[in-house]
Design a binder for this molecule. Structure first.
Ligand code: AMP
Length: 113
């Protein structure tokens, strides 16, 4: 998708700090980390929100969630982690390509959930 920064990362046009990749997803470190460990898991298909997702894209998202425990373990998050999937303006979504935030490496506190 033109002008989508995550599509450009998926295409290798913009560098990223990759932590995992397969046919369904790319996981890389967030450029502006909000926790000691902050990784984004990005399905390899462009759509902004769950409301826009088709069946094939839903399969990619399923594969992301299936793989996240192994990604988290590889990041040393045995003590737990938080997943966030921002949806739209009120949630503060800034990149309109669906992505799952993995946050951890510290006690997260109770302020956001
Ligand atoms: P959201 O607010 O849920 O749309 O999250 C978008 C996230 O993408 C933010 O946490 C940004 O810091 C992150 N981000 C934006 N550009 C890049 C980039 N080039 N590499 C890594 N993370 C990025």
């Amino acid at each position: 998708m033109e002008n989508c920064i995550f599509c450009k990362i998926l295409a290798g046009e913009i560098p990223s700090s990759k932590v995992y990749e397969d046919e369904a997803m790319l996981a890389f470190r967030d450029i502006n980390p909000q926790a000691a460990v902050h990784v984004l898991v990005v399905p390899k298909s462009h759509f902004a929100t769950l409301a826009e997702m088709d069946e094939a894209q839903a399969e990619l998202v399923k594969q992301c969630f299936v793989k996240i425990p192994a990604i988290a373990a590889s990041l040393g998050l045995e003590n737990g982690y938080r997943l966030i999937v921002n949806q739209g303006e009120d949630a503060g979504q800034t990149v309109h390509h669906l992505h799952i935030h993995i946050l951890g490496g510290q006690a997260m506190g109770e302020k956001m959930l």
